[in-house]
Design a protein around this ligand. Structure first.
Ligand SMILES: Cc1cc2nc3c(=O)[nH]c(=O)nc-3n(C[C@H](O)[C@H](O)[C@H](O)COP(=O)(O)OP(=O)(O)OC[C@H]3O[C@@H](n4cnc5c(N)ncnc54)[C@H](O)[C@@H]3O)c2cc1C
Ligand SMILES: *[C@@H]1O[C@H](CO)[C@@H](O)[C@H](O)[C@H]1NC(C)=O
Ligand SMILES: *[C@@H]1O[C@H](CO)[C@@H](O)[C@H](O)[C@H]1NC(C)=O
Ligand SMILES: *[C@@H]1O[C@H](CO)[C@@H](O)[C@H](O)[C@H]1NC(C)=O
Ligand SMILES: *[C@@H]1O[C@H](CO)[C@@H](O)[C@H](O)[C@H]1NC(C)=O
Ligand SMILES: *[C@@H]1O[C@H](CO)[C@@H](O)[C@H](O)[C@H]1NC(C)=O
Ligand SMILES: *[C@@H]1O[C@H](CO)[C@@H](O)[C@H](O)[C@H]1NC(C)=O
Ligand SMILES: *[C@@H]1O[C@H](CO)[C@@H](O)[C@H](O)[C@H]1NC(C)=O
Ligand SMILES: *[C@@H]1O[C@H](CO)[C@@H](O)[C@H](O)[C@H]1NC(C)=O
Ligand SMILES: *[C@@H]1O[C@H](CO)[C@@H](O)[C@H](O)[C@H]1NC(C)=O
Ligand SMILES: *[C@@H]1O[C@H](CO)[C@@H](O)[C@H](O)[C@H]1NC(C)=O
Ligand SMILES: *[C@@H]1O[C@H](CO)[C@@H](O)[C@H](O)[C@H]1NC(C)=O
Length: 609
């Protein structure tokens, strides 16, 4: 969705500012509480008395930081590679999500994707306090009951089941009225939400009546094909439902604004150092499989070491976490040694089974003027909307782009099941998501006009994170291979997703609204081969990556962490972030990550009780 350039925006940042107690430079860390020892000429050694060292203030990292610092006798240091989130306007105004500056990104790209004509695709990850929760599209979906029951099954730990995880979803969530104050009756089920948690979740706060009413009308006209689901976060998400997102008071609610909000960040036992990139975890001198130190740098040259007396928690995300493990010699011995890194712990699953969800964005011409283009293609209107947002936190900028999501299962008699086992988590989990948007997709090059789009996502397993063999220095980006569309199943499912979108918009409710597909989509719809070429040429990764430091049963000979999130065959090292999920959930990944982090925090607390 094209928006006017950010240069148009002129807000006095002090209005948005809040005090954030983060340290920008190692030398600013409050030395009275630390024991600094200079090691050699260039490196320094910080020693925390009784400390848990936390890596990174990302989505999960913010949760763990918050929960562990509830105990005033535990001191916690957070090392975050990116800068502070304070005053980053695009990370505050929800609809500016697609204008977030590269300054707050890792600027990653994938390896050439063989399933996509060898395209090298941008791969987005937040490089900022709050991690990807500060830069993501804010859509709040928990996935399905089957997803979590599969986690419980594969780990042999019933604690990961849907029923046992629901309290952690509640603990995360602070259900909040939408910006326009509408009651939301009939648009969600209050009984399945947490109302006293930390992170704001709300229904959309600005209506798009022309399309909203047609979406709901379609569920009434064709209830068998397009069932209405009152709340897609209740465990069974199949059907058409109203979007929920991590937005409160018209602004983004991220792990940084919520879990690291002013009342928490001021805890005296919490120190956050930004612009600090971790290169490795280090072993104790007494025990080669006990990890108690972290190496990091603020300029990729001077290395510092900080020790943790209790635990190191890696929350660097599904790319950062396996990258740090591999840098540290924790990974597949054969591959590590082939690039000259000595193996500290032979754990071949590190970085493997990385999976993401490819997204194809499809656009139709709309006859209505009630679309996002009314301000994305009109600078005057956009400026007015921004003033309205600034003054009252209302108007069209209070939401993310989609208004509804649709979750669909392939029919059980689909021909693809003759050659592929069903990859879904269970009989109630979807294969496909349609995200319905009252405007063109961000990446579409559209002429002036008004549009409706449906962004479709499916699950693509089997990718990897590996070190760049030609330069494995820890500050060089790893090789990111999400292996998009390498499985024929994914191509099949995405074709169905697009055809389903077309079918939905062909329903009678849309007769006077949808004019027809834009040219590139019209050309794709002429044949099966054209549709496949369109999918392979235009899709992008959703940035919903998981699996690269997967949890598995205690007895399993694969996996990276035990069901209690401790790194297998090691001590002192825990992983709490999206990388531990062994399979992608059937939805977007932030809510599952928050719930995993809440349970992970409890597991850590329990082991030190
Ligand atoms: C553009 C985008 C849009 C998305 N949209 C949605 C959405 O609408 N809904 C949804 O549910 N999910 C969405 N997601 C996915 C979701 O945001 C992630 O799954 C989730 O935030 C992952 O949390 P995490 O804690 O595992 O990692 P992150 O939140 O990415 O946190 C990792 C943190 O570690 C830091 N880090 C990494 N390496 C190092 C290192 N070596 N040293 C120090 N720090 C390091 C990073 O800078 C970052 O702060 C989106 C993601 C992106 C990128
Ligand atoms: C990404 O690129 C932008 C400039 O385009 C830069 O400001 C930023 O520091 C880069 N991010 C990283 C992690 O290098
Ligand atoms: C996991 O599911 C399989 C197949 O349904 C079942 O046989 C197995 O007992 C389950 N394992 C656990 C630990 O629940
Ligand atoms: C380790 O990597 C080697 C070389 O890439 C590969 O052949 C082997 O299967 C891997 N080991 C495991 C257990 O995955
Ligand atoms: C990938 O995950 C599957 C379980 O889904 C597991 O059987 C396999 O061993 C994993 N592979 C690696 C390399 O970890
Ligand atoms: C949309 O706006 C244009 C120009 O402002 C106007 O001519 C047209 O009638 C409007 N269409 C509808 C359906 O309101
Ligand atoms: C652009 O927005 C302004 C302010 O809302 C409005 O007056 C004007 O008619 C719009 N222009 C078009 C072409 O719709
Ligand atoms: C934002 O609001 C403040 C007052 O709350 C005002 O001073 C400022 O001019 C506003 N900025 C814009 C661009 O409307
Ligand atoms: C699957 O079953 C439905 C009826 O439930 C039927 O309409 C459809 O043609 C079948 N598809 C295939 C591929 O057999
Ligand atoms: C690997 O590292 C080298 C040296 O820095 C760089 O030129 C190359 O582009 C990297 N490869 C990838 C795929 O990122
Ligand atoms: C897809 O891309 C390939 C090469 O990248 C090109 O040859 C082909 O014409 C493209 N097809 C479509 C339908 O865009
Ligand atoms: C942990 O070590 C034991 C004993 O060496 C080994 O059998 C097991 O496979 C290792 N676990 C993993 C996940 O590598």
């Amino acid at each position: 969705m094209p928006s006017p350039p950010l240069a148009l925006i002129f807000l006095p940042f002090s209005v948005l500012a809040r005090a954030v107690q983060v340290y920008e430079d190692v030398s600013q860390l409050p030395t009275l509480s630390y024991d600094f020892v200079v090691v050699g000429g260039r490196a320094s050694h910080l020693c925390l008395g009784s400390a848990l060292t936390l890596f990174t203030g990302g989505t999960a990292g913010g949760v763990v930081t918050n929960r562990l610092t509830e105990n005033p006798s535990w001191s916690v240091l957070v090392l975050e590679a990116g800068p502070s989130n304070a005053d980053v306007l695009e990370a505050i105004v929800p609809l500016l999500v697609f204008d977030i500056s590269a300054e707050y990104s890792w600027n990653y790209s994938t390896t050439p994707q063989s399933g996509m004509n060898d395209a090298v695709l941008a791969y987005s990850r937040g490089h900022i306090l709050g991690g990807s929760s500060s830069t993501n599209a804010m859509i709040y979906t928990r996935g399905s009951r089957d997803d979590f029951d599969r986690f419980a099954n594969i780990t042999g730990d019933s604690g990961w089941s849907w029923d046992n995880m629901l309290p952690y979803f509640f603990k995360n969530e602070k259900w909040t009225a939408p910006a326009d104050g509408h009651s939301g009756a009939g648009e969600f089920d209050p009984a399945v939400h947490g109302h006293n948690g930390v992170n704001s979740v709300s229904l959309s706060g600005y209506p798009w009546p022309a399309s909203d009413t047609r979406i709901i009308q379609t569920t009434k006209d064709l209830p068998n094909e397009w069932a209405f689901v009152l709340d897609m976060n209740a465990g069974v998400n199949l059907g058409v439902g109203w979007l929920q997102s991590t937005i409160g008071d018209g602004g983004r609610s991220s792990s940084a604004t919520s879990y690291l909000g002013p009342q928490y960040i001021s805890r005296p036992n919490l120190h956050i150092l930004v612009n600090a990139q971790v290169s490795r975890v280090l072993q104790s001198t007494e025990n080669s499989l006990h990890f108690n130190a972290v190496e990091f740098s603020q300029d990729q040259t001077t290395l510092y070491t900080v020790t943790a007396s209790k635990e190191i928690v890696l929350s660097a995300g599904a790319i950062g976490t396996p990258h740090i493990l591999l840098n540290s010699g924790i990974g597949n011995k054969t591959t590590l040694e082939s690039i000259g890194i000595s193996t500290v712990l032979d754990l071949p699953s590190v970085g493997q089974n990385f999976s993401d969800q490819p997204v194809t964005s499809n656009t139709w011409f709309a006859s209505s003027n009630d679309t996002l283009e009314s301000f994305t293609q009109n600078t005057t209107a956009f400026e007015e909307d921004l003033v309205q947002w600034n003054e009252t936190r209302t108007g069209p900028l209070v939401d993310t782009v989609a208004t509804h999501l649709v979750y669909i299962r392939l029919e059980s008699n689909s021909t693809i099941f003759e050659s592929f086992e069903d990859p879904s988590a269970g009989p109630q989990a979807p294969h496909i998501e349609l995200s319905l948007n009252p405007g063109a997709g961000k990446l579409d090059v559209t002429p002036a006009g008004h549009f409706f789009s449906s962004t479709n996502a499916i699950v693509s397993p089997g990718g990897s994170i590996t070190l760049n063999a030609s330069d494995p220095n820890p500050f060089n980006a790893p090789l990111i291979d999400p292996a998009l569309f390498t499985s024929e199943f994914d191509i099949f499912a995405m074709k169905i997703a697009i055809l389903k979108s077309e079918e939905f918009l062909s329903a009678s409710a849309w007769k006077d609204y949808i004019i027809g597909p834009v040219d590139v989509l019209a050309a794709a719809l002429v044949s099966d081969a054209a549709l496949e070429a369109y999918i392979r040429n235009t899709s992008i990764p959703a940035s919903h990556c998981v699996g690269s430091a997967a949890m598995s049963a205690k007895s399993a000979n694969w996996g990276v962490v035990d069901p209690d999130l401790r790194v297998k065959n090691a001590t002192g090292l825990r992983i709490v972030d999206a990388s531990v999920m062994p399979f992608g959930p059937s939805g977007h990944t932030q809510a599952p990550t928050y719930a995993v982090a809440e349970r992970g925090s409890d597991l850590i607390k329990a082991s030190w009780a």
